[in-house]
Write a new protein. Structure first.
Ligand SMILES: [Zn+2]
Length: 105
């Protein structure tokens, strides 16, 4: 039986190094187009380095869980994906537009 919480890296304040590992609630029931991955790896984006140093140039709604560049397995049949299909989430358009993903922002 899955536990009610999971570990996550959380950016919790607009201060330098205000990032820590916390237990957070697992997502509840999925609705609409929600997807729940069984995470296998998470990258560190340049935008997250900026948040770690509190040098980001965009608004941040705190607290926020970091690790938006992720790969894993899709554990439930939903839409057109087969059960346990491998999935990778690329850098968001915001990362690419700001240059954060390439480290130039
Ligand atoms: Zn990114």
């Amino acid at each position: 039986m899955p536990t009610a919480s999971m570990a996550a890296v959380v950016h919790y304040a607009l201060e330098k190094y205000a990032v820590e590992l916390r237990e957070v609630p697992r997502p509840g029931d999925l609705v609409d187009d929600d997807v729940l991955l069984s995470t296998r790896a998470v990258g560190v984006c340049g935008s997250e380095i900026h948040q770690y140093h509190n040098t980001q140039s965009w608004p941040v709604n705190l607290p926020v869980i970091l690790g938006h560049e992720v790969s894993g397995l899709y554990p439930k049949r939903r839409h057109s994906f087969a059960a346990s299909a491998p999935i990778a989430g690329p850098a968001s358009t915001t990362c690419v537009r700001s240059g954060a993903a390439s480290g130039t922002a």
